[in-house]
Design a protein around this ligand. Structure first.
Ligand code: C2E
Ligand code: MG
Ligand code: MG
Ligand code: MG
Length: 282
């Protein structure tokens, strides 16, 4: 417990300062059982290439079908998992489901590049690259059709170990993406030290490009920077036509957002793919 003296000089208990709060421990215990019971699900959101708007791949986004609380989004449990030893189990489960879905889609004649989110916490574990390789083998998956989107919600303790883990996977052909670029702790040093193929510009930046000159300048600079180090650029959170057109003109290779498709359960993906018509460009 982190005991703190309050204004009366009495040692008090402050939940918000406690890594092991009762709520957090309950959540993690629940999540551990939930993962074992198969309560995690994936929804998928396509990425399209620009300017042709052809489907370029699909991103897996985890949800937890909680027996009491209903369908939970990642923000309800991923941050807690990241601070615990559950992150590896969660990522294993997600990889397994994503590569399983990819295999089923491939059997139906749809060869889809798939992206999985990986919390930077996973990179602390020296066993992580081996676990990804095992998953690829189990599903007979092609490494080049898997992208790992790395999100940094906490400062990476040992950046050179993390870079080593990523380099090993990249040598096998797995693509590495830096997610939410610009909002993490050390995006710039990532760019310098991590082996990367792709950069995703966070929605906080893309949302502002039509409304402010400053917002547009920042996104322009991120795109130029990414291109200078040979990265593919994906614009996240595209909700309207004008923003899609703008990021295309500014040089983003791919885009993703509610305008094209909201995250969908896997059963709805084949229909979306069949009905997604690449709009004629005027
Ligand atoms: P992310 O990887 O940056 O994913 C994009 C998030 O923005 C998703 O939220 C998506 O539903 C939402 N989004 C996509 N397009 C739009 C748009 O046009 N407008 C708006 N307002 N939102 C949009 P979601 O599914 O709640 O995921 C939130 C975050 O949770 C993800 O951000 C990712 O960092 C993390 N996450 C999701 N799945 C996993 C996972 O399997 N493992 C780990 N470690 N993290 C995950
Ligand atoms: Mg992502
Ligand atoms: Mg992102
Ligand atoms: Mg984001």
């Amino acid at each position: 417990y982190h005991a703190k003296r309050n204004h009366l000089g009495v040692a008090g208990y402050e939940v918000e300062n406690d890594d092991n709060s009762f709520e957090q421990l309950t959540l993690l215990a629940d999540l551990r059982c939930g993962i074992d019971r198969g309560e995690l699900e994936l929804h998928y959101q396509p990425k399209v290439s620009l300017p042709d708007r052809a489907v370029a791949g699909i991103e897996a986004l985890v949800r937890w079908r909680h027996p009491i609380r209903g369908l939970l989004g990642p923000q309800a449990f991923v941050p807690e998992a990241e601070q615990s030893d559950l992150m590896l189990a969660l990522t294993d489960a997600v990889l397994d489901m994503a590569l399983g879905d990819q295999k089923r889609w491939r059997a139906d004649g749809r060869d889809l590049p798939i992206a999985v989110n990986v919390g930077a916490a996973c990179l602390r574990d020296s066993g992580f690259p081996g676990r990804v390789e095992d998953a690829l083998r189990r599903h007979d998956a092609e490494a080049g059709l898997l992208t790992l989107e790395i999100t940094e919600s906490f400062l990476i303790v040992d950046p050179s170990a993390a870079a080593g883990a990523l380099a090993r996977l990249r040598d096998k052909g797995v693509r590495i993406s830096i997610d939410d670029f610009g909002v993490g702790y050390s995006s710039m040093s990532y760019l310098q030290s991590m082996p990367l193929d792709e950069l995703k510009i966070d929605r906080n930046f893309t949302a502002g490009i039509l409304t402010t000159d400053r917002g547009r300048a920042i996104v322009g600079a991120i795109i130029d920077l990414a291109h200078a180090v040979d990265l593919t650029v994906v614009a996240e959170g595209i909700e309207d036509e004008a923003t899609l057109a703008a990021v295309g003109e500014m040089g983003c290779e791919q885009a993703q957002g509610y305008l094209m498709c909201r995250p969908l359960p896997p059963a709805e993906i084949p229909t979306w793919l069949d009905t997604w018509t690449v709009p004629a460009l005027s």
